[in-house]
Design a protein around this ligand. Sequence first.
Ligand code: GTP
Ligand code: SPV
Ligand code: MN
Length: 596
Amino acid sequence: MAGQTGVERWVDEVARITRPDRIHWCDGSEGEYHKLIEGMVGDGTLIRLNQKSYPGCYLHRSNPSDVARTEHLTFICTSRKEDAGPTNNWMAPKEARERVGKLFEGSMKGRTMYVIPYIMGPAGSPYSKLGVEITDSPYVVANMRLMTRMGKVALDRLSGSNGFVPGLHSLGDLSPDRRFILHFPEERLIWSIGSGYGGNALLGKKCYALRIASWMGREGGWLAEHNMIIGLEDPTGQVTYIAGAFPSACGKTNLAMLVSPLQHLGYKVWTVGDDIAWLHVGPDGRLRAINPEAGFFGVAPGTSSKTNPNMMAAAGRNTIFTNVGVTPGGEPWWEGKDPTPPDGLIDWKGNRWAPGAEKAAHPNSRFTVPAGQCPSISPHWEDDDGVPISAILFGGRRARVAPLVYQSYSWQHGVFVGAGMASETTAAATGAVGVTRRDPMAMLPFCGYNMADYFGHWVAMGSRMKHPPAIFHVNWFRKDADGNFLWPGFGENVRVLMWILDRVRGRGKAVETPIGFVPAADGLEMDGLKLPAGTMQELLSIDRDAWSKELEDQGKFFEQFGDRLPNEMRQEHAKLAQRLSRVRVPLSPAETSKGS
Ligand code: GTP
Ligand code: SPV
Ligand code: MN
């Protein structure tokens, strides 16, 4: 009962400060959800979509200044600044409580305060964790119901334990000047005010499952990662599990739901998770992954029945769409859904859309979908012990430099590959789009502690495992001189997954290069895919001079950590420099081999 009392005490304390008109404890029932939805349809927070073609689907238009994560307003509040590290914004806990505490005073006046008990992870899993979010946004409640196991199921588990992470959220006045997303990892506490947007407001997701959990994982010997998780089935029916870290809007969801064009050869992808993985060393000495979430908060633009038919099927019912356009027939619409925009389209702000510069859907428009609705959902996605991971992928958007795929030489080298990765920024966070930045392990915005210590933790995890996963880097986004993608991507990525599977099994044709093993010119299965002459060579080529520049950028990035950077990262950086210095030709190696 201690936990229950703990929650009640905290709820009372928050209510005294925020002064809501009413307090509602969420039970997570269907009836509660429908009442919430009806309330939001009534006050215009939601728009009912066409219930014939999109049963149970609604559209939410957010405040136009609140459409993405705001990284510059996101803080790690540790007592010592060094523990947050140079890549995080830091605020002293005392200052944070005073400054932001003021903004919560009376912030829920006239509103209902919702108390959301929730579980991150399958209800019976030893790896799952509890949270309680307090919010004054019914939109947040509805989304939390889709994204987590919420309500009674969590409350029941809570009464048997006292460990839960409290997260306080209020919409405040939605002003970006009074918006703060604060994490107190030492106290396991989250405060968020001034935004209703996904990653800022659904506190179970990035705030808990990544920033707070990464801190917990470092203390407890496990990892909380920005990862999709898939099972790749081979012709014998054996399934090999792969985790993949790509930055926001860089292809995790799409890879997780890949429809294989090689099903006739017996290869198929099963979805376990699309955004977050908690990774523990299991009793078998293998890395085991659970997906702490229960739904997908996916990027709408670019999603179509061609690129991601599984998501199109999943998001056809019981889905909340945020900031997409709407057709006169009441169906959601976004760029890339079909080739031509329908007549009479209304844009994401509710205005009549006309062809021109303005997009009908915001580039970071999203859908919130129950994971169980995905046709490719793995029968093991809710396994209490998680799934055993055989390979980890790091990847990003790189128009140049990074080849389609390469394999690291070892766990330690693989950690360096992840630590040194970079990607072009996307609309998932406010700010410039398309700027290349270092984004180690796709965790730059999500690591709740000093990233130097994080790299050290990754190195240490390797020695805890009897069979550490093989580590790869992938890049679906390499472009030609005219700015066109060289690789068709989406379903065709299964060809790369097949090579990865072969490599994990000690097979697969590869060439040793300074950066790692790259597929031989004829190393990938190309049945049914014809690329223009020279394209595969270009996709697999390593440009010595570009990599020398990359090495220099990585060095600069690592420098900011000073003495705290683990020696292993310095060693790997030096080894890469050495291997590169031995290359005599500017391009290696694929340009010399005649492709098939
Ligand atoms: P978050 O939810 O922000 O963490 O993103 P994510 O990593 O799950 O990205 P997602 O799969 O939603 O993809 C983001 C965008 O990239 C979408 O517009 C996709 O259509 C596009 N995309 C995904 N995979 C590929 C690919 O293989 N090739 C190309 N060209 N585009 C892709
Ligand atoms: C991301 O930005 O990486 C997302 C969306 O997955 S959000 O949950 O809003 O952070
Ligand atoms: Mn994400």
